[in-house]
Design a protein around this ligand. Structure first.
Ligand SMILES: [Zn+2]
Length: 454
């Protein structure tokens, strides 16, 4: 069935001409945009939605997350710690992860993402506890399909346990042949490379300090053979830089270049501690900028304007919920804007540029040419914002209002692949109360178990 979004006050297209249209209709047929213009005729039987006073944007694209962490927020033992001690403390809880916890953690994260305007998300899952079923990413894919979000799952990995000088306990690292075998299984089972694909797989060793160089190399070879993307954390903290210099005699970006881990089929999370020379070495690789996480873990400030000036593909991401602690994509956009201005002052990015980063920028980082732009032939992934809340009264520019005014109640509707998934703040695809109850019970069980049994 076709859907006509009628008389949208402002349509921010992010097309090649940077067009912002007023009082415009968008016609959706099946899962794509079939036309954009004034006074469009809807085919007989179409659903017509009045969008007067609403702003339409392509759905946000979240390029870095760890959904399971939604179940480990507010753990007192690690609050206020920087990255390495924070990770060491949390691994003790994460070693109890079950497939059920992964499913509920994903549902919690997806819910907040959708309710804050995100239509495509990735996840980076790298904790596979010893002795537990390995089908954790399968659970995330099931949850994504049930709730109706476009999903890029990444098969993460850790192979360097504490006993061989790594950071994580041995109980959450895996043998490298097991990692590679499961990576191939996931690609063969789930990776869909067709236009408007709802599920893709990428390969994502956790970081240069939790796997061996051999695994980085073998993962790269497998990804390129199977034509899937590569992802990892990079240049996040000065501790990591020190670790790489001591262990490998190379700075993090240099190490990635040595390993052949650069190019347009790669994207990295964070990329804070990078110099101009290294920006060139990325060679087309994209970046997921995670402002809240970087602030909470006092990792540093990503050089967003310099990365854009250097032509690096740049996107915005919420990162894992234990370091944010939300999955609120709209708020992340606001923080990206604020943090950019803290660093660059009046030379910083404007509201349009930051919104572009969160939409088309995300699509570019994930190498997708079917999302991130509102134009004919693109996916019907649309978020409609309502600025009629009293919080926006007296604001004179809708785009500036969207980015800078602090109110999270503004998503009127989120459409993914042509379907309305969120309406008036409510998810239409799941029973939110029931899901919240089950997720919270699962989370409490895991945390209490660790506190009692270790
Ligand atoms: Zn992360």
């Amino acid at each position: 069935m076709a859907t006509l979004l009628k008389n949208i006050s402002t349509v921010v297209t992010f097309n090649n001409h940077d067009e912002i249209l007023s009082n415009t209709d968008i016609l959706l047929e099946e899962n794509q945009i079939s036309s954009i213009g004034k006074n469009l005729k809807a085919p007989t039987g179409s659903k017509i939605i009045d969008c007067t006073n609403l702003i339409a944007l392509p759905g946000f694209v979240n390029t870095h997350h760890h959904l399971y962490q939604t179940l480990f927020r507010g753990i007192q033992e690690v609050q206020e710690k920087p990255l390495f001690p924070w990770l060491i403390g949390l691994y003790e809880f994460w070693k109890h992860l079950t497939p059920e916890a992964i499913y509920y953690g994903a549902m919690v994260g997806f819910s907040e993402l959708l309710r804050t305007g995100c239509t495509t998300t990735m996840d980076h899952h790298y904790v596979f506890p010893e002795g537990k079923p390995g089908t954790l990413i399968d659970e995330q894919i099931k949850a994504a399909s049930e709730i109706g979000i476009r999903f890029h799952a990444t098969r993460g990995s850790m192979s360097l346990g504490k006993s061989v000088g790594g950071l994580p306990p041995d109980s959450v690292v895996q043998k490298e042949e097991v990692i590679l075998e499961d990576s191939e299984r996931l690609i063969n089972t789930y990776h869909d490379n067709r236009r408007f694909s709802m599920q893709k797989i990428a390969l994502a060793p956790c970081s240069p300090f939790s796997v061996t160089k051999e695994l980085m190399t073998e993962t790269r070879k497998l990804a390129r053979k199977k034509e899937v993307m590569l992802h990892t954390h990079l240049a996040e903290t000065l501790d990591e830089e020190k670790f790489c210099l001591e262990k490998f005699g190379r700075r993090p970006v240099e190490l990635m270049a040595d390993l052949g881990w650069t190019g347009p089929d790669v994207w990295f999370a964070h990329v804070i501690h990078i110099n101009k020379e290294e920006m060139k070495m990325l060679d087309g690789a994209g970046v997921a900028h995670c402002p809240s996480s970087n602030m909470k873990l006092s990792s540093g400030i990503c050089p967003t304007s310099e990365l854009l000036d250097a032509g690096v593909k740049l996107s915005i991401a919420v990162d894992g919920s234990a370091s944010n602690d939300g999955s609120n994509m709209w708020e992340e956009v606001r923080r990206a804007y604020l943090l950019n201005h803290l660093k660059y002052g009046s030379n910083g990015l404007n509201a349009y540029q930051v919104l572009r980063m969160a939409t088309r920028g995300g699509a570019e980082v994930l190498n997708r040419n079917d999302i991130g732009i509102l134009q004919e032939g693109m996916a019907a992934d649309i978020v409609l914002f309502d600025l009629n809340d009293i919080a926006y009264a007296g604001s004179h520019d809708p785009l500036v209002s969207l980015v800078t005014c602090g109110n999270t109640s503004l998503v009127k509707m989120t459409l993914v692949n042509g379907k309305v998934v969120v309406k008036d703040g409510e998810l239409l695809t799941i029973d939110t109360d029931k899901m919240r109850e089950k997720a919270h019970k699962t989370a409490t069980g895991l945390v209490e178990y660790q506190r009692q049994h270790g």
